[in-house]
Design a protein around this ligand. Structure first.
Ligand SMILES: [Zn+2]
Length: 67
């Protein structure tokens, strides 16, 4: 077992984590604006779900207001 907290270990963990976050397959939904992982879902007037990432969640909120 390698020393905990070594630079090599933390860099490897960070690389795996960032790869996981970038992979669309890691997310149940993709942002409708940029295609990245979408954490925020909005239901429009027709009960259709629209998904957006944190950077574009305002677009989802605008959808709700548009109705
Ligand atoms: Zn987005």
């Amino acid at each position: 077992m390698s020393a905990p907290g070594s630079d090599a270990d933390s860099q490897a963990v960070a690389a795996r984590l960032s790869a996981w976050l970038r992979a669309p397959a890691s997310w149940a939904h993709q942002c409708e604006e940029c295609g990245r992982g979408a954490a925020f879902g909005f239901e429009d007037m027709r009960k259709t779900m629209h998904w957006f990432c944190s950077a574009h969640r305002a677009s989802g909120e605008a959808l709700l207001r548009a109705g």
